[in-house]
Design a binder for this molecule. Structure first.
Ligand code: SME
Length: 155
């Protein structure tokens, strides 16, 4: 299946999963599971939610991960500080990368934006170098926006 079709299917399934449910954690849990099921070659998919200068672990699929990341540090913290999606072809070349799972080689982090404020990130890891491209970035950004709009504020 090509990526356009893949992300179209992911979005369709996300809409179905979130229809009638506004709980942010429930929707995040299902979205992490959906990405885990649908995307090939990933070893971690999940959410971190912002609490002041920290990003605190939310629902995810994959190995147990760091519970708290600092805004400004690592890939996730940099995506928040720089207010943008970060695509990392090789995490070993990213200064300050936080290695939660030693198998991760590539990473894609998309900010979750509600009313112009970054409330967290959606993070994907892959064991394959250069696994994620612009199409993945746009596809995951669409899903991140949909999660924000489909869910009430994280408590
Ligand atoms: N690698 C991330 C930490 C989170 S884990 O990948 C799940 C980072 O550098 O921020």
């Amino acid at each position: 299946m090509d990526k356009t079709e893949l992300y179209r299917q992911i979005e369709t399934q996300a809409r179905a999963l979130a229809s009638g449910e506004r709980n942010a954690i429930a929707n995040a849990a299902n979205f992490a599971a959906l990405l885990w099921e649908m995307l090939p070659d990933i070893n971690w998919a999940g959410f971190y939610f912002r609490k002041g200068r920290w990003l605190v672990l939310g629902p995810f699929m994959g190995k147990p991960a760091c519970t708290r990341l600092q805004v400004g540090l690592g890939v996730c913290g940099s995506a928040v500080a720089q207010e943008k999606t970060i695509l990392v072809p090789d995490v070993h070349k990213f200064p300050g990368h936080v290695a939660c799972d030693a198998r991760s080689n590539a990473e894609l982090v998309v900010p979750l934006v509600r009313f112009d404020t970054i409330i967290g990130v959606l993070d994907l890891d892959s064991p394959l170098i250069s696994r994620f491209d612009e199409q993945d970035a746009r596809g995951v950004e669409t899903l991140a926006k949909f999660w924000v709009n489909a869910s009430d504020e994280v408590g």
